[in-house]
Unconditional design. Structure first.
Lengths: 67, 208
């Protein structure tokens, strides 16, 4: 392997490690959040709730306006 | 967003970063066949249970995956939806992947936090408010990130939202300030310089 090939391989390995680390952090964060998430009766949407109404009423999250 | 994506009955819809599945269930309730993924296995477990509780398990399919490496065939979807997910992704890799799984003529709509307002940036880093989760690797989007995302699609636009309305974030979204949102729409439509102070965006994209 030439020196340039070695450099490319090294950079590629570093990038891959960084990606895996990012995935690990995100996975752990959201696994923790979901572990505390108990699905009670409120998890059942009203019979007439759908995506359009969720957008219209900005029901769950910011960023769901009718714009 | 609902207006942009149109009638979802019978459509193949992908939700990027579905979390615990609230939106996926609502999409299925609108008549869509929903595929959804998340990086978190725990979130996917909750999403599957939620779909089952809501009677839409047959219309939803949840998998653990990363947005930069989608486990779907080329051209699989009519519609792609994402809520606060792009800012968790590597835009340079996830953009082409999202385009790849969209059919010709497919549309995509996202809502994403913006990073332009210095007061909001300070609050995100230093101020406690209800339902504020620990920061992961996510980074709210700058205009350059929006443009980089848009380069992967044939039509692309965004709209800033939540200027005064961002006050409801301080309540952990328990309070809804509809009047402020209505005011925001007027203000942000007519006073261009204030748009960069909004803390959220809705993003629309289409594949030709």
């Amino acid at each position: 392997m030439g020196s340039e090939d070695g450099l490319v391989a090294s950079e590629s390995a570093a990038k891959s490690t960084a990606v895996e680390e990012r995935y690990r952090i995100e996975r752990e964060k959201f696994d923790d959040i979901s572990a505390a998430h108990e699905l009670g009766p409120e998890a059942i949407l009203p019979a007439d709730m759908n995506f359009a109404r969720m957008c219209r009423e900005d029901t769950y999250f910011p960023g769901w306006p009718t714009t | 967003m609902a207006d942009y994506v149109g009638d979802l009955r019978g459509k193949s819809v992908l939700e990027l970063g579905c979390g615990t599945g609230e939106t996926s269930v609502a999409l299925a309730r609108s008549g869509a066949n929903v595929s959804a993924f998340d990086i978190s296995p725990g979130s996917i477990d909750v999403a599957r249970k939620r779909a089952d509780m809501n009677g839409v398990a047959d219309a939803t399919e949840f998998v653990v995956a990363a947005g930069e490496d989608l486990p779907y065939e080329d051209g699989s979807f009519d519609v792609v939806i994402g809520s606060a997910v792009i800012h968790h992704l590597d835009v340079e890799r996830a953009g082409p992947e999202t385009r790849r799984v969209m059919r010709s003529g497919a549309v995509a709509a996202f809502s994403e936090p913006l990073a332009n307002n210095p007061v909001v940036r300070f609050a995100r880093d230093h101020v406690w408010y209800p339902r504020k989760s620990e920061r992961g690797t996510d980074v709210p989007l700058r205009y350059s990130d929006l443009r980089a995302w848009g380069e992967h699609f044939d039509e692309f636009t965004w709209k800033e939202i939540h200027l005064l309305g961002m006050a409801e974030r301080l309540s952990g979204w328990r309070w809804k300030f509809h009047t402020l949102h209505k005011t925001d729409r007027v203000v942000l439509d007519h006073v261009g310089p204030l748009r960069s102070l909004a803390n959220y965006s809705v993003i629309f994209a289409r594949r030709a």
